[in-house]
Write a protein that binds this ligand. Sequence first.
Ligand SMILES: Cc1cc2nc3c(=O)[nH]c(=O)nc-3n(C[C@H](O)[C@H](O)[C@H](O)COP(=O)(O)OP(=O)(O)OC[C@H]3O[C@@H](n4cnc5c(N)ncnc54)[C@H](O)[C@@H]3O)c2cc1C
Length: 336
Amino acid sequence: MSKTLALLHTQADGSLPKAALETLTAAASLGQPFDVAILGAGASAAADAVQGCGAAAFHTVDDPAVAQPRYATDAAAATALIQASGAELVLAPGTSRFARSLPGAAHRVGAQIDTHIVALNAEGGAVRAQRWFYRQRILGAFSRAARPWLLLLDTGVFAPWQGAAGAANAQAVAVAFTDDDRRTAVTGVQKPAADAQTIRPDAKLLFVAGAGWTKKQKDGQFHIGEAGALILDFLGKAQASLGSSKSLVDIQGEGQETLTFMSHMNQVGQTGSTPRHPKGIATCCHGEEPHAVGWRFINERRAVNLDPNCGWAQGKADVLYVADAFEVMAKVNALL
Ligand SMILES: Cc1cc2nc3c(=O)[nH]c(=O)nc-3n(C[C@H](O)[C@H](O)[C@H](O)COP(=O)(O)OP(=O)(O)OC[C@H]3O[C@@H](n4cnc5c(N)ncnc54)[C@H](O)[C@@H]3O)c2cc1C
């Protein structure tokens, strides 16, 4: 049985992100004793907030140096926390902050590290992890003899931990940060306005737009302005996450008139993302295999296409509406 640590970080407001609460659930699910370590602003208050999680001990670093996410200070703090806990197995959320800094911490403590873990189990004290390989085509289950072993968990896999707060009596771990560690400073955050943020990982629905929205329609004309208005209206009303086919985002790169709110970040598929949502609907998208492979984690799939022989009809969707997506989405928006 490996001594286990759930290594977490807080957000700017001092709360734990959802991904950290999911990591707590993962640690508790192994059925063996574990410690919790938290770095970041308000770490000891965050430890109190999750006191009821069943951890044997809490360790924190809430030095002002870790108030902002920064590789050097995060790696130093994580190293100190892992060493203070004496953990052999470290579970951490796969947030951008930890994806950046924990490989460095793993090197410093002589650990092995694996990322994108989607399942964990412990049988007879042996921990096995699962992750996808080759762009989500092969699911591998594996274990490692090396210790310490760090595992970065994908988000959305475990339920966020919920439970009682209390006095965690967290032990503050001192870290000797150097001036070099503090050399980089976060001077501000630039992000799109809330209504321009179209990628919503927690949305119940993925709405995919394909290149058909930008093609000539039955009147022989382009209706790109109307397409954009319909899609944005739907996204606002349904709070869906926006995905795209490769063809649609490539059109933009080629300088043709297209949907301005779409970028390669939205692309779903073999060379795009593989988002996780309970449901998905594809519109004006042909459903070719390099696109549909990105739907691996979409449980219920529907598509709207004029072509009854499109890829979605070849077993890739649960329901295909053979219809004009302009008319369908106008009606759906009116109903919403
Ligand atoms: C190595 C490789 C990697 C790739 N990776 C990806 C990837 O990651 N993601 C990806 O998406 N693609 C990827 N592709 C490209 C992929 O094969 C397809 O070319 C692409 O997905 C097609 O996009 P589309 O369906 O939007 O466009 P199109 O094939 O042009 O289809 C447009 C569809 O819109 C429909 N349509 C038009 N008007 C309407 C209307 N009014 N109402 C309803 N339907 C309408 C048409 O019937 C048609 O089916 C990759 C290809 C290769 C070779």
